[in-house]
Design a protein around this ligand. Sequence first.
Ligand code: GDP
Ligand code: MN
Length: 376
Amino acid sequence: MDLYEHQARELFEEHGILVPRAEVTDSPRGAREIARRLGGRVVVKAQVKTGGRGKAGGVRPAADPAAAELTARRILGMDIKGHTVGKVMLAEPVDIDREFYVSYVLDRSAGRFLAIASAEGGMDIEEVAATRPEAVARIPVDPAEGVTPAKAARIAEAAGLPPQTVDVLVRLWQVLVREDALLVEVNPLVRTAQGRIVALDGKVTLDDNAGFRQTRWGTEAAEHDDPLEARAAALGLNYVRLDGEVGIIGNGAGLVMSTLDVVAGCGARPADFLDIGGGASAQVMADGLSVILSDPAVKSVLVNVFGGITACDAVADGIVRALDEVRLTKPLVVRLDGNNAARGRAVLDARAHPLVEQATTMDGAARRAAQLAATT
Ligand code: GDP
Ligand code: MN
């Protein structure tokens, strides 16, 4: 779960990292009031869970409360990379001398964390990382040792950050540990004209597995970032949206994972992970199909089921009833195997839907779905 910038800012402040004074509102009138409280001049910042707000026009200075109201009116409701701006944060402007980049991120493959830091922070850090990787220091952090002042000093030195950033690096690690975060990122971390080190932007991703003990953000942050994921969650589906074109439905997380791999092996990209679990009722199938079909990127759908306790004919019945409920707009490839597979296939054959075809193997089904996605 990602936090909004204003929530990250709050955590930084609690852990003793300097942040600009700021408040959040969902109305232009509120923005005027806040600007007044903050002394007139402010920076108006869209609160959306995506980066690149500055380049999209979602971060704008305002010279006085009236300008803050106008600016908030422009930014509220704006679309930034598919995220609608519902709130703005108004922050006291900071006089920037230098911009740095610092983050800690879980490196799953190494079983460690990684400190990433650069003396060239700001809006173009991705470009710096791509064109001049040597300007970005990447230092492994052992989770058991953490970031001590000595470790922080090594990170700062490797990245060419001034020594005053060491304290922030230690505190930022404490944010990560105490808040159960998988990522904390500050870009830019700035040195102000007065020589203070201030976190001007923040991104924090919490580990959902620690949700049981990190309840303070409640429902606001628990909102799904993706509208289709939100709809799927409301329907009780085990759905993760991916960025490909072959919709995937399967029973059992392991089978769905391997289906993603096989589809990728056929040169196509999976559009989602959807595990309909053991029951595979018509309702779950209909709900799953309807979520997947409303993803405009989806070109074909692959249903891969291995019948176990829930036999294939029951799953096939579910698919047939789902087809009555959901208007199929894209080709559907079904592979049924395992318990009662022959009966299940007969049920689908009898339905004879023009957009539904069957395959007998997982590889064959994936190949066909990939082919359909490439030609439709
Ligand atoms: P992002 O584009 O989503 O990463 O949003 P940021 O919060 O990082 O803001 C984008 C850029 O706006 C920053 O890199 C800064 O250069 C600039 N910016 C943000 N707040 C201030 C401020 O208080 N003063 C000044 N001078 N620049 C700011
Ligand atoms: Mn930023």
